[in-house]
Design a protein around this ligand. Structure first.
Ligand code: ATP
Length: 327
């Protein structure tokens, strides 16, 4: 490979707080090594359209604290076709891009590993997703912020639930993974948590809610991950409303939704994103490709992207037991 002179960076898939801190670290680390950086706007969609912008150390001033992503993010169906990827590779070559840093979730890294195998443009990935569901890193960029946002909202809901002796079903993000749900259930003192990794039968949920609401005249909070097996908070509410045994309970649903994606990243996310952005550039300089940089036991670790998207990161089942013990 020619000596690296110019690299590209992009954010892709669902945005996550801390992506900007990561972009900043990529750009500033590159500058420290005399590398030029091209920002690719709107992820793979922008790569296919040649939506490129030159960025230097100054262009990333004052973004470390901002949520969202200055490079914008998108999902692209065209990138899933060989023609789309060929177009993207041609644009990158024309712009003189010799290596890439991809910031995104499992879909983004899956696309990146297919792309680098097909077109031989080196890519190093950074785990950027609020879901925390990537193998190869203890935490992903955006997870800590999303978790704390969810927790803050649960605290608020607790106040109003308590004032009216209500049962609240609070739905948090997590289509395939229950990391946010499980941890904010513990932090928020929820009485029950439902996550995609475990199937709790409806009868068991009903029984549990029934005993919770009759054992105490106070409120209850059930945290439901959006990808939970029964179909989310609204489905569960419907099932409870259709059952006469719950007619005396005032049930409310609160879907936290996209509030969890936005906002200024926490200190933890900023530091994580900064470490990973810098490590990604250093990995590219060392000649690595097709790998994701992660932090495991507080140390930078490289994991093959194929492993990242083909292996599953497990939740800590001890924590699930803890929610039951403490509720
Ligand atoms: P999040 O987990 O936050 O949703 P993500 O990176 O997993 O983020 P996806 O929408 O799954 O988000 O993926 C982002 C983009 O990656 C897709 O829009 C697509 O362009 C590309 N991509 C995903 N899977 C593939 C694939 N199998 N082949 C090529 N490209 C892919």
């Amino acid at each position: 490979m020619d000596t690296l002179k110019r690299i590209g960076v992009y954010t892709s898939g669902g945005d996550a707080p801390g992506m900007n801190a990561c972009v900043r670290a990529v750009v500033r680390t590159a500058a420290a090594h005399d590398l030029e950086v091209i920002g690719i706007r709107r992820g793979y969609a922008g790569m296919i359209e040649g939506d490129f912008v030159e960025i230097d150390g100054r262009s990333v001033s004052n973004i470390v604290q901002q949520g969202g992503t200055i490079l914008k993010s998108a999902r692209s169906k065209r990138f899933q076709t060989p023609e789309g990827r060929a177009r993207a590779a041609a644009n990158l070559r024309e712009a003189g891009v010799q290596g890439l840093v991809a910031i995104g979730g499992d879909g983004t890294l899956r696309g990146a590993s297919i792309f680098t195998e097909e077109h031989h443009i080196p890519i190093v990935g950074c785990p950027g997703t609020i879901d925390n569901d990537l193998f190869g890193t203890d935490e992903t960029i955006g997870y800590d912020t999303a978790l704390n946002t969810a927790l803050e909202n649960i605290d608020r809901i607790r106040d109003t639930a308590d004032a009216h002796d209500r049962l609240f079903l609070v739905e948090v993000m997590g289509r395939d993974a229950g990391f946010i749900a499980l941890n904010c259930a513990i932090g928020g003192g929820a009485e029950l948590v439902l996550i995609p990794e475990t199937l709790v039968e409806l009868d068991e949920i009903k029984e549990r809610i029934h005993s919770l609401m009759s054992a105490q005249t106070r409120s209850s909070i059930v945290v439901v991950a959006e990808g939970e097996e029964l179909g989310g908070a609204q489905r569960i509410e419907q099932a409870l409303l259709e059952d006469g045994a719950f007619s005396h309970i005032d049930i409310r649903v609160c879907i936290l939704g996209h509030t969890q994606r936005g906002g200024s990243p926490t200190a933890r996310d900023r530091v994580l994103a900064s470490r990973l952005g810098a490590a990604a550039v250093e990995a590219l300089l060392e000649g690595h490709s097709g790998v994701m940089v992660g932090i495991v036991n507080n140390e930078v670790k490289l994991t093959s992207m194929r492993n990242v998207w083909s292996r599953k990161k497990n939740i800590n089942y001890e924590l699930l037991k803890l929610t039951q013990l403490l509720s």
